[in-house]
Design a protein around this ligand. Structure first.
Ligand code: UDP
Length: 192
């Protein structure tokens, strides 16, 4: 279910509901992409039509910010729970581990995605992180080949916003994985 907040669609699903949908996307081979919505992005999108269109093109806009919950409450909407980018990423890692789905980490400074991989492997024993690439690798051919050859079904993209959303929209049809999430500085947080 989606609600429109000042022109931006936002999902009212919980972590569990989103996880079910994302696993279905993988099983059906459907492309989907998750973007975190906070009040700053909603305000910026009021004057930036490109950003507005970018945010509305996502499959799942998650309500990452108390201001978004408040706006929904004021218009008697259904969004009750904050769904943060990093917690959604961790939830997806957990579900991927339980269901044998493969993950790729793309973004952040050289070495950081590998450190995040090692941390995630400690947090989720059995997790399948099948590849990493730093976010300063800009050779399109290398990026596409590395991701496609990895056999990943889920890609976390940590290039910052809106670069990561632009990247996902421009590449997802050419790539094999189903699910894409823009995660900002999350690899830095997890590795640190
Ligand atoms: N980054 C990258 N490639 C670039 C520019 C930035 O991989 O060309 C990474 C940067 O190293 C950092 C992340 O993108 O890990 C951006 O984090 P930030 O917290 O600024 O993201 P936000 O969520 O605020 O957009």
């Amino acid at each position: 279910m989606k609600e429109n907040i000042l022109g931006i669609d936002v999902c009212s699903d919980t972590y569990d509901e989103l996880a079910v949908k994302l696993l279905q996307d993988i099983d059906k081979g459907r492309k989907s992409f998750i973007v975190a919505i906070n009040p700053e992005k909603i305000m910026k999108a009021q004057e930036d039509r490109e950003l507005k269109s970018l945010l509305n093109q996502a499959t799942y806009q998650i309500p990452d910010g108390i201001g978004v919950i408040l706006a929904s409450k004021l218009k008697k909407g259904r969004i009750r729970e904050r769904v943060t980018g990093i917690d959604m990423m961790l939830k997806l890692c957990k579900e991927a581990t339980n269901n044998g789905k493969r993950i790729f980490l793309y973004g952040a400074k050289p070495g950081i995605a590998d450190e995040a991989k090692a941390k995630l492997e400690e947090m989720f024993p059995g997790i399948l992180i099948v590849g990493t690439l730093n976010g300063y690798e800009k050779n399109e051919e290398v990026i596409e080949r590395t991701i496609n050859d990895s056999g990943a079904e889920i890609v976390f993209v940590a290039l910052g916003s809106p670069a990561q959303e632009n990247w996902i929209i421009a590449h997802k049809e050419k790539l094999n994985p189903s699910v894409y999430q823009g995660v900002g500085g999350s690899f830095d947080v997890i590795s640190g």
